[in-house]
Design a protein around this ligand. Structure first.
Ligand SMILES: Nc1nc2c(ncn2[C@@H]2O[C@H](COP(=O)(O)OP(=O)(O)OP(=O)(O)O)[C@@H](O)[C@H]2O)c(=O)[nH]1
Ligand SMILES: [Mg+2]
Length: 256
């Protein structure tokens, strides 16, 4: 049983990818798949969740009750989930995990309000105690216009791993909308030397001094993580994504 938590900045394609991957799994006759929606701000979902945080509260409920704007409400919502984690985890699919092959978890787009704050990471730590948990981190290909964009989003994914201490599978989402294919290739292609792309950054001063170190870090972390390019709308890259999600556990030697 694998719990795959989908995360990434707002609009990076998490919910659409989950819906597309879910359909792909069903077609492969991997039928015992549950989807959990932890995004209280979701309006319309393209999948039918087994567990939906909106059954507890919606973002609007939190905004009204605590007199908060949307960002404050996302933070408060993450705290509410963390405070009530036992209640949330007493529901299906967490109450009967042995009956599922995969649990796909959708998270709020506000990565900084959820994953990078204590409450959100506490929720993920609790999930990871219940089963093999991997974080699928989406980099939106359509917003990567240059090497600097690619590096920024790549390193944010690396920080997610540092923060959570969980395995991260980087995914280049919306591959069909990719703007700068060579910048993205530098992330996917293990043999590409990212530091050779340095000229394109046009960095100055202190940034120029530090960028080679960033690039070194990107090269090093690319060795540890393989990225996969997917398109949820074209249903491309899903087989590789599936493989990488499971490989995360083979890599650390835990096949139990
Ligand atoms: N062309 C294309 N569009 C996509 C793809 N995946 C998602 N989109 C579009 O990108 C937009 C955002 O997708 P969502 O799945 O809602 O993204 P999200 O990360 O769940 O968004 P939040 O939960 O609001 O942060 C929607 O308009 C999707 O239709 C894709 O593979 N290709
Ligand atoms: Mg979403």
């Amino acid at each position: 049983m694998v719990i795959a938590v989908f995360t990434g900045v707002a609009g990076s394609g998490k919910s659409t990818l989950i819906a597309s991957y879910y359909k792909w799994l069903k077609r492969r006759l991997i039928t015992r798949v549950a989807v959990v929606n932890l995004d209280p701000g979701a309006e319309v979902l393209l999948y039918r969740p087994t567990l939906d945080i909106r059954g507890f509260f919606t973002l609007e409920d939190v905004m009204r009750k605590f007199r908060l704007g949307p960002n404050g409400a996302f933070i408060k919502a993450a705290e509410l989930v963390a405070e009530n984690i036992d209640k949330v985890l007493s529901k299906e699919p967490f109450s009967n995990l042995e009956e599922w092959d995969m649990v796909l978890v959708d998270t709020p787009g506000q990565l900084e309000a959820f994953i990078l704050r204590p409450a959100g990471s506490k929720v993920l730590q609790e999930l990871s105690k219940r089963g093999n948990t991997v974080v699928v981190y989406l980099i939106d290909s359509s917003v990567v216009e240059n090497v600097a964009d690619a590096i920024t989003l790549w390193l944010l994914g690396f920080l997610v791993q540092v923060k959570l201490g969980l395995d991260v599978v980087p995914v280049l989402s919306k591959a069909d909308l990719a703007k700068n294919v060579s910048a993205l290739k530098s992330l996917v292609d293990k043999d590409a030397d990212v530091s050779r792309l340095f000229d394109t950054l046009e960095a100055k001063g202190l940034v120029a001094d530090l960028v080679p170190e960033f690039l070194h870090l990107v090269n090093k972390t690319r060795g540890a993580f393989r990225a996969v390019a997917v398109s949820a709308v074209r249903e491309e890259g899903l087989e590789e994504l599936h493989f990488l999600i499971h490989e995360a556990f083979c890599g650390c030697g835990d096949l139990t």
